[in-house]
Each structure stands twice: as structure tokens, then as C-alpha cells.
Design a protein around this ligand. Sequence first.
Ligand code: GLN
Length: 359
Amino acid sequence: MSLFDCALHNFMMHCTIPGSGASGLSSVGQEADISLHHPGSSEFESALERAWVSQLDNHSGALADYIPELGKANPNCFGMAIATVKGKLFSTGDVTVPFTIQSVSKAFAFCLALEIAGPEKVSARVGVEPSGEAFNAIVFDPETNRPFNPMVNAGAIAIAGLLYEHLGDKAFDVLMERFSMAAGRELQLNEAVFRSEDATGHRNRAIAHLLLANDAIAVAPDDALSVYFRQCSIDVTAIDLAWMGATFANMGTNPVTRALAFDLASVRSTLAVMFTCGMYDYAGHWAYDVGIPAKSGVGGGIVGVVNRQLGIATYSPRLDAKGNSVRGVGAFQAIADDFGLHAFDCTNVGSTFISSLLR
Ligand code: GLN
């Protein structure tokens, strides 16, 4: 499908038109500087365009329909956004189309739990080792009986249980407030997706009961799940995810509103687990090829964090067999290559403190 065909199709499917605007790119300000003429803007714009165009004709993958409501997404939507720690936003394609955050929420919920419950209590319930298994696998660390990490369903439900244990019925509201602070606007729950997952999430219910049997949650399974299913059903856009990533990159403070959404030490720990576990059983490949902390969700979103610099987000709901957005993975690889974002890229010169000692 050509760029024009895709734009036409998306228009007919009520998505925004990719390539609208003279260059096909837009620099959008969310109370941010909307000037196109700040340093680096053309580099960001052209790199975004290259990454986005490189994946536009990639129609492989399929919508997640095991949550029936997710099967209603427009498979052709494709948006990409970069938010900087200086409060600038660059975007292309379908960046204002809402989709549910799904597993991307796991990174932010983990960060919140580290702050609310404290790192010791968190690590008593959930490990930080890659599982090498699918996101919904029913597997536990054989030595501890804990879920392997908080980025897969078992670990995320344990984290939701911990939030409920500490915050009770307010747990979801607190989580929503922090996610909104990170996004820089008030996010909303998608009731239809929540009801759809609540009605069909039998595997997650089974996991929650096993967590209780293993002492990895200390609340009723339904209370942990009521937080978990809701946190997965928050509507976001690619722009929201880019700001949420930029908030992590900016040590927990939203770069535009200056709201402190997450605490500093928790952000560092979260980025580490995103780096090793954020892409489920593709995490090794991702670290090898892209090399930045990231988290994906079956709604089609991926957020990546370039520490102290950028939040990057993609939205395209066709998923590969591991549950990652096909175009999202490709676009991230393209932009990481283009900008040398990989943690071990030769252009990353490391700590300025150590550099000063090497003189
Ligand atoms: N809510 C989804 C589930 O529990 C999240 C999974 C995902 O995004 N990988 O199945």
C-alpha cells in the first residue's frame, strides 16, 4: 500500500491522515514550544519520517483479539512521537488516536510501587530476572515462587496487589493520577476495554490465585485484578506515551508541567527492568538491536526511554507472535540506528565524571 493509499484508508477509518502537513511531519506542542525553528528540530523531524516511512508498508502481524474489544482497532493506524526533556514534541502519523496502554502500564505501575511500598517489599514479591517466556506465561521462579519480573502479567498482577495492599480502594485513582502527571494531561479509563478484559481474563484470574497461593499477593485476587485490568485499560495516544517516556528520561518530572510524577530512585530501577525485561521474550533481541529501555503492550504501543534525553513512542496495533507491535519494533530499530541511541553505541561516550578522571 502506498503512502497515499494508507492515508486514504486511515481517513476512511477515521484515523488522522498520515503525512498531513507540508513535510508529512508535525511538531506539536502540548503547552510546549510549538516553534519549528529550535535547534535540532529538522534532525528530529527527518529521522522520525525515515523511521515511520520505513515501516509504513509493513502490514505483517495481527491485532490482539483475545481481549475482544482490542480486535476493533484500526489495523492501519501508525503514529510515532518523540518528546524531549526540554519540553519539545515531534510527531508523525496517527499520534492522536487513542488506544489502551495495556502492558506499557506495567513499567509505570512498578515505578509507583517502588515508591509506595519500598524496594524491599517489592523485591519480596517480584523478581527482576527475564523470564524468557511469553508475557502471559504461568511460570514462577522455582527458588522463590515469585513471578520472574514486573513486566510480565504474573509480576504486574503482584505489583497491582501490592498497590492495593498499601492504598486500598484508592489504588487505581492514585495510579491514574501519576500516569496523568507523567503524560501531562488527564487520562481516562476505557470502560469498554476494561469490561472486555474483566469478562474474559480467565488466565489472569488463574495467575492471581496462584500468586495468592505463593504469598506473592496479600490481598484478594479480585482486588489485585481490579487494579490490574483497569491500569491496562487506560486510553493513551502516542503523544501521551512519548511524554510519559520523557518523564522517565527526565528523572520522574514531566518536562512541560514540571509535575513530579515518579521518584528518582524508582525511575532508575524501573529503567533497568525495562531494559532487561520490557519486551517479554523478545527482550534479548531488543537489547541487541535497539538497546534502550522500553515497554510494549498488546494495544499496539511501545514506549522507549533515552535516559536524560528523550521519550519515544510508537503506535501500530498489528502485533508479532510475541505480542510486540511489528511496525513499532521496526521503527524503533530505524531511529535507534539513525541517531546512535543504542546504550553501547560507539557515540555514547559515557559518564562525564569518569571522562574528567581520564584526562
Ligand atoms: N491486559 C493484557 C493482559 O493481561 C496486557 C498484556 C500485554 O499488553 N502484553 O493480557
